[in-house]
Design a protein around this ligand. Structure first.
Ligand code: GDP
Ligand code: PEP
Ligand code: MN
Length: 647
């Protein structure tokens, strides 16, 4: 059998080194013509054995012209930037240091939930069986053979003329017992540059990987349209055939056709949540769509809180909040994902598996989130924001931050004027920025054993009926609250309009396995610890009859955290309601608040609304979860119904 790889390996970034023939010893592979493959960076021979076979397998499938094994160095990054500048994928933002703007194909701007699938032998392992005639809404299943066919159809020869980057990365601090390693193969330099920000990426990861060690396999291509026409040469993609596939059994992710965010930075939603939740189920921990923050009260006592809100519902903002209440201090551990495990003392501990923030840009401003503004203007890749004639960025919410005579170019590259009916920045435009640059990054954010979690918050966008904050009666009730979460749709996925959607645990798009089993897993945590965190529900988004927010939000949310911390201290400041515990009269701290706040309306629990809500939840469980719904949750629902009836 011929040697798999040539003995001559490239110097760094030489363009072509003595092309060599592909020969994998499997004569049934017919490649139209014999093509040359060059390794332009790194050494295939030095890859750990299992990585080598994974790469080899996919070279055979995708037929790239070049292989580049990423080391994560500044030098490498600069080369990628130069190349993206040349291809028009990014432009330089001269106003800031090392900042770049990518404009995508307008058909590729958000996660595509309808094209995201989990593959298991049995469908019921992936999703609960919906009621007859009802379309399942808790994930999409694909049969293993169909997954194989979908891959073959799309990936065969898809990298001809391109470079395949081998991206080794760690989710979680390198070497932490909670961390996991992945290898992403991609043909997108944008993905490589973004993965370098969002994960710990490069040579140190390969050094850690033993020859026989497993890793999460992540294959990605931006694809090419089947008609051969690349509409936006700066952003090749294949929206029509886009598909995001997961095979939990093999710790495998395959993503085709999109270059955007959660579709392509495979460490994030695909690995840390979908595959992560299946590993967590097996190993007895939790992989959740949660921010993690540290909060110090005026007495100097510090605690950590984790919070699950659906995409674009305020995680990044809460994680970086500047508290309006004097004496409080917030520090940020993570803004999107938490991996949580009980330690041997029964304390729940969390790590942020990420290394950066992929945050929603619109709405981020000096007044709403000054900490984010102090984080993002160096070493950052912006995507689909607007640009200014002085080499800066612009988005809705930054009106006060651009001088009047600067010209604005919208996210599509067209001149844009204030007052225009279309937005300057795409509503799902993002900044991708290193977490270490956050001025309030928590000193323990990279601690190998994680930070201790005292409270868990669930929340969403609820314009009516749902109070600012309420507390779960106990763990089971808390799990029920998570399971019954609903929220207004946002631009983070392909949904249209402001419909209220069920989004249990803010995980609906991210469950890696059957939601009913996920609930049982959460309920089983009660057997693991006798000091479980307290659970709360929050809603910053309630509106008055004129459609105006009833609560100023942002830094003022510290007042909600203040009540929560005092509850953790055991203060008797709560009153019972049918849905849970809300602040007792005069217990909620409004001292010094500037806005007029109508607490009455904010904490009002309208009986009719809640009767409807219970009906909607019951129907959802009935339609979507059926026999997989744990008995404890059925009981919680019955009890809530009874309490509401007595209201
Ligand atoms: N009204 C209001 N809007 C908020 C609040 N927190 C965040 N937002 C807005 O919600 C959007 C998404 O926020 P972000 O923190 O990026 O959400 P994430 O995707 O969950 O991290 C942005 O437009 C924010 O300005 C709040 O407390 N009140
Ligand atoms: C990363 C993403 O999700 P989120 O909106 O939760 O930040 C995404 O939509 O690509
Ligand atoms: Mn976010």
């Amino acid at each position: 059998m011929p040697a798999l790889y040539p003995t001559v390996v490239s110097n760094r970034f030489t363009n072509e080194i003595g092309g060599f023939t592909k020969s994998f010893g499997t004569p049934d592979v017919v490649i139209g013509q014999v093509r040359a493959l060059s390794v332009v960076h790194g050494d295939l021979k030095e890859l750990p054995e299992k990585v080598k076979s994974y790469v080899q397998e996919n070279i055979k499938l995708c037929e790239p012209d070049k292989i580049h094994i990423c080391d994560g160095t500044d030098y490498e990054n600069q080369k990628l930037i130069d190349q993206m500048l040349e291809q028009g994928t990014i432009t330089a933002l001269s106003k800031y240091e090392n900042c770049w703007l990518a404009r995508t194909n307008p058909a590729d701007t958000a996660r595509v939930e309808s094209k995201t699938f989990i593959s298991t032998e049995k469908k019921s392992e992936t999703i609960p069986t919906p009621k007859n005639g009802v379309k399942g809404a808790l994930g999409n299943w694909i049969a293993p053979a169909d997954m194989d066919a979908a891959i073959k159809e799309r990936f065969t020869s898809c990298m001809i003329g391109r470079t395949m980057y081998v991206v080794p990365f760690s989710m979680g601090p390198i070497g932490s017992p909670l961390s996991k390693i992945g290898i992403e193969l991609t043909d997108s330099p944008y993905v490589v540059a973004s993965m370098r920000i969002m994960t710990r990426m490069g040579a140190p990861i390969l050094k850690k990987l033993k020859d026989d060690q497993d890793f999460v396999k992540c294959l990605h291509s931006v694809g090419r349209p089947s008609n051969g026409i690349v509409e936006y040469p700066n952003w090749p993609c294949d929206p029509e055939r886009t598909i995001i596939l997961h095979r939990p059994k093999n710790n495998e992710i395959v993503s085709y056709g999109s270059g955007y965010g959660g579709n392509s930075l495979l460490g994030k939603k695909c690995f840390a949540l979908r595959i992560g939740s299946t590993i967590a189920k097996r190993e007895g921990w939790l992989a959740e769509h949660m921010l993690i923050l540290g909060i110090t009260n005026p007495k100097g006592q510090k605690r950590y809180i984790a919070a699950a809100f659906p995409s674009a519902c305020g995680k990044t903002n809460l994680a970086m909040m500047t508290p309006s209440l004097p004496g409080y201090k917030i520090e940020c551990v993570g803004d999107d994902i938490a991996w949580m495990k009980f330690d041997k003392n029964g304390q729940l501990r969390a790590i942020n598996p990420e290394n950066g923030f992929f945050g929603v840009a619109p709405g981020t401003s000096r007044s709403s989130n000054p900490i984010a503004m102090d984080t993002i203007f160096k070493n950052t890749v912006f995507t689909n924001v607007a640009s200014t004639s002085d080499g800066g960025v612009f988005w809705e919410g930054m009106e006060k931050e651009v001088v009047d005579n600067t010209n604005i170019t919208d996210w599509k590259g067209n001149p844009w004027k204030k007052g225009q009916s279309t937005p300057a920045a795409h509503p799902n435009s993002r900044f991708c920025t290193p977490a270490s640059q956050c001025p309030i990054i928590d000193p323990a954010w990279e601690d190998a054993e994680g930070v201790p979690i005292s409270a868990i918050l669930f929340g969403g966008r609820r314009p009516t009926g749902v109070p600012l904050v309420y507390e779960a009666r106990d763990w089971k009730h808390g799990v029920f609250i998570g399971s019954s979460m609903r929220s207004e749709a946002t631009a983070a996925a392909e949904y249209k309009g402001k419909v209220i959607m069920h989004d249990p645990f803010a995980m609906r798009p991210f469950f890696g396995y059957n939601f009913g089993q996920y609930l049982s897993h959460w309920l089983s945590m009660e057997n693991r610890s006798d000091k479980l965190p307290k659970i709360f529900h929050v809603n910053w988004f309630r509106k008055d009859s004129n459609g105006k927010f009833l609560w100023p939000g942002f830094g003022e949310n510290s007042r909600v955290l203040d009540w929560i911390l005092r509850r953790l201290d055991g203060e008797k400041i709560a009153q019972e309601t049918p849905i849970g515990l809300i602040p007792a009269p005069n217990s909620f701290n409004l001292k010094g608040i500037e806005e007029n706040v109508n607490l009455e309306e904010l904490f009002n629990i309208p009986k009719d609304f809640w009767l409807n809500e219970v009906e909607a939840i019951e129907k959802y469980f009935d339609d979507q979860v059926g026999k997989d719904l744990p008995k404890e949750i059925v009981l919680q629902l019955e009890n809530l119904k009874k309490r509401l009836a007595q209201m």
